[in-house]
Design a protein around this ligand. Structure first.
Ligand code: FAD
Length: 496
């Protein structure tokens, strides 16, 4: 490393954020750039540990000490080459990854870890500015065809890698834009959509064919894809939301989080927020607005946080976010070992913008007025039974703790249970695991049907963008091996 005492000489500094007041008035990203000297100092904090735990902590195995050193030396092309050798889309992970690499940073034992995620974002943005990111078009084609179903980060990574290997790749996406949750899920204030489009445009130039409004199993026949392709990759995401089956669920004003978030994404893209019925997912049947409303968000994860940030920007009068689990202790304990703090226990930037967080509450019923409009949520406090090791082993409702939280919009953000079964997966007869995800192991990614592979959230269950990219890359490697070994004929299925 160029600066051996960097970790002593400099402290961790984040780039500036736009003020809360300013940023809630639009949907734009709010992290500003480091100054060149700040960036140099932050990279210098990397200790280049003999055993880089950060690399191990990253699902992509990013070679972090090496790119930190290149950044420190101002060797931008080298930094970009190192970063892009393991990560197809650093512009996504550099913005929205919860950075397991930083949790694994050895400096984190007694100081705040290196700002690896921000450094990654700066490398890729400088690489774009300086023209290093160019389409890599394969010189020869294998003559083999692959269909990737789903254009989230897993499908995109798989498509990119297989295309580099020379196969002809078509990506099928039921939404009107490729990108999966990067486009129609994650809000613009975390990831502006031009960033996704910029990458999709490169993938197109590299030769990948994108077919949007193509819902395989609905308006595209899977049997046609089976006939035309030598391999099929299911990268359809974990899209079925966990339901809240309590009395009053049918009152007006209760919405799945994804319908709310997708509408705002569509509005920001200048599209019809109600468009795409019958083909796209998460299309609401009415306009959902938090403006001048008392909003309750049920669920304490990323999706819940994104609903909080979006509700604030839409002008909600109040926002309360409910988390089922107990409030965490504020100090390091066995129960909450730092720095691997689960996301629901940290304060997200959306929560900093204004929300009342309540922990340990169980929703009992929605209450409404005579017109069927939501007016409140009845909840009870939970008393958690904690094992000696600090693990939650059960909960009971505290007697007499019931209360009604007034609200006129409730957003259900309690996570996702598995990929959609009806349609494509049922038609294929693909085997599922005990959780309802597509059954395929993380060594060969193949399903019970030969030549049909699965990766990303559809296989792993709801996860993270960095895992989706990692799965897409690994799955592509296996598919390429199979195609290159000549195992390329798909069993043709009878059309019926
Ligand atoms: P997806 O991104 O879900 O993409 C699957 C795609 O398949 C979708 O576009 C879908 O329309 C398409 N599809 C499904 N069925 C068909 C079909 N039959 N035919 C054609 N197309 C089909 N992760 C992070 O790391 N950081 C975050 O900050 C973060 N925030 C999140 C916020 C929200 C609101 C949500 C819901 C998730 C968030 N995640 C975050 C998780 C992350 O987005 C996912 O883990 C990741 O997108 C999974 O990628 P994927 O490619 O497997 O699936």
């Amino acid at each position: 490393m160029g600066h051996k005492t960097g970790f002593i000489d400099y402290t961790r500094e984040e780039p500036n954020y736009r003020s809360i007041e300013e940023r809630v008035s639009d949907y734009k990203e709010f992290h500003e750039k480091y100054t060149p000297s700040n960036l140099n100092h932050q990279a210098a904090r990397c200790m280049d540990c003999g055993v880089p735990f950060c690399t191990n902590g990253c699902p992509l195995g990013n070679v972090i000490p090496d790119f930190n050193d290149a950044v420190y030396r101002g060797a931008w092309k080298e930094a970009y080459d190192i970063l892009s050798s393991t990560n197809n889309f650093p512009e996504f992970t550099g913005r929205i990854c919860p950075a397991p690499c930083e949790s694994a940073c050895v400096l984190g034992i007694n100081q705040p870890p290196v700002t690896i995620e921000e450094i990654e974002k700066h490398i890729i943005e400088i690489a774009f500015e300086q023209g290093f990111v160019q389409p890599r078009i394969p010189k020869t084609r294998s003559g083999k065809k692959v269909a990737v179903i789903g254009s989230g980060p897993a499908g995109l990574a798989a498509a990119a890698q297989l295309n580099y290997a020379g196969h002809t790749v078509t990506v099928y996406e039921r939404d009107d834009e490729p990108g999966g949750l990067l486009v129609y899920g994650i809000p613009d204030f975390k990831l502006e959509k031009w960033v996704v489009k910029r990458r999709i445009d490169i993938l197109k130039e590299e030769g990948i064919i994108f077919k949007c409004n193509a819902n395989v199993g609905v308006n595209v026949k899977i049997n046609d894809l089976l006939r035309e392709n030598q391999a099929i990759i299911l990268a359809t995401g974990s899209t079925v939301p966990r339901e809240l089956e309590i009395p009053g669920r049918d009152l007006k004003g209760i919405f799945p989080a994804m319908e709310f978030l997708k509408q705002q994404n569509k509005i920001n893209l200048g599209k019809d927020p109600l468009g795409g019925k019958g083909i796209e997912s998460n299309v609401a049947s009415e306009l959902i607005s938090a403006a001048d409303k008392k909003v309750v968000v049920i669920g304490g994860g990323d999706t819940g946080s994104d609903c909080v940030g979006t509700s604030n920007r839409q002008g909600a009068t109040s926002i309360m976010q409910l988390t089922h689990g107990p409030k965490p202790p504020s100090d390091r304990t066995d129960y909450m070992p730092w720095p691997g703090v689960p996301a629901i226990f940290t304060t997200s930037s959306s929560q900093e913008e204004g929300v009342i967080r309540e922990f340990g509450l169980a929703p009992l019923s929605f209450v409404g007025d005579e017109n069927g409009n939501l007016t409140g949520l009845k909840v009870a406090s939970l008393e958690w039974q904690i094992s000696e090791k600090g693990k939650r082993i059960g909960s009971i409702h505290k007697i007499g703790s019931e209360k009604i939280i007034p609200c006129d919009v409730a957003l259900l953000a309690m996570g996702f249970i598995h990929p959609q079964h009806e349609g494509l997966l049922d038609e294929l007869g693909v085997e599922l695991d005990l959780n309802g995800n597509v059954k395929a192991n993380n060594k060969n990614f193949v399903t019970n049907i030969s030549k049909i592979y699965a990766c990303g959230d559809a296989r792993k269950g709801q996860s993270l963008v960095v895992w989706a990219i990692s799965e897409g890359r690994e799955c592509a490697r296996i598919v390429d091996e199979a195609l290159s070994n000549g195992i390329s004929e798909l069993e043709s299925k009878d059309e019926n």
